[in-house]
Design a protein around this ligand. Structure first.
Ligand code: PEP
Length: 230
């Protein structure tokens, strides 16, 4: 199975998200049975987006981009994994933007992954070289089944810059992640993926898919990525 995961970040209100979906649907991308298309949305968009997805019968699975590291309870404003369990099947954790802007640590990411798995949501764990070993260790410290997680190698130099790393180098790091996680989990690459370069990443032996930020926001570009892999 190959994976394309879109990450809209803090973009698109409900109305805009539904217009995006109409736009993608009109383009009739080729969804092949060996390609899973996952879209990670802002919390506020997910319910309406899911309704419309069902109406359009499009094979897109929704995810969120964050979750609380707290259990349900007195934590004003937090969105728990239990709340998300009725809305999504996947959730991004540990994105470098959250590490940089919200001081998210590997231990907090591991806690989030634990609550997600307890609620049958697959954590999509983003990692980069500086904290690769530390992040995987933090997961093992909480007895997290890494076979139930996805991992994304996301070099900071490549995120949102239009400058992806060399696919061969990405494959090398994907191999390191595969080794650390006992070859049990899908490994993806993220960082300036486009319809023109996506195949060069997914054709690598250790890379099972891609995480796409910028080019997931425009239906034409996202459909192009789907078509390139189908
Ligand atoms: C990301 O932020 O996860 C990402 C991959 O962004 P971009 O595709 O814009 O580099």
């Amino acid at each position: 199975m190959k994976y394309v995961i879109g990450n809209w970040k803090s973009n698109q209100n409900i109305t805009e998200s539904l217009i995006w979906l109409d736009g993608l649907s009109a383009l009739r991308p080729r969804f092949s049975s060996d390609l899973a298309v996952i879209l990670c949305l802002p919390f506020t968009d997910i319910a309406a987006f899911n309704h419309k997805l069902a109406d359009l019968e499009l094979p897109i699975i929704t995810g969120s981009q964050n979750v609380s590291h707290m259990p349900p309870g007195k934590h004003t404003g937090e969105i728990t994994a239990n709340m998300l369990s009725e809305l999504v099947s996947y959730c991004i954790v540990g994105h470098s933007e959250r590490r940089q802007e919200f001081s998210e640590t590997s231990d907090v990411v591991a806690l989030k992954a634990r609550y997600l798995l307890e609620n049958s949501i697959t954590p999509i764990v983003c990692i980069d070289l500086p904290y690769l070993d530390e992040q995987v260790k933090a997961l093992f410290n909480l007895d997290i089944e890494v076979s139930r997680c996805f991992f994304v190698y996301e070099p900071i130099s490549a995120i949102g810059t239009g400058k992806p790393v060399d696919p061969v180098d990405a494959n090398h790091v994907a191999g390191q992640i595969a080794f650390l996680t006992d070859n049990q989990a899908p490994i993806l690459y993220g960082g300036s993926v486009s319809q023109d370069n996506v195949a060069s990443f997914v054709n690598q032996s250790k890379i099972n898919g891609v995480l796409v930020g910028t080019d997931s926001l425009e239906p034409t570009l996202f459909a192009g990525i789907i078509n390139s892999l189908s």
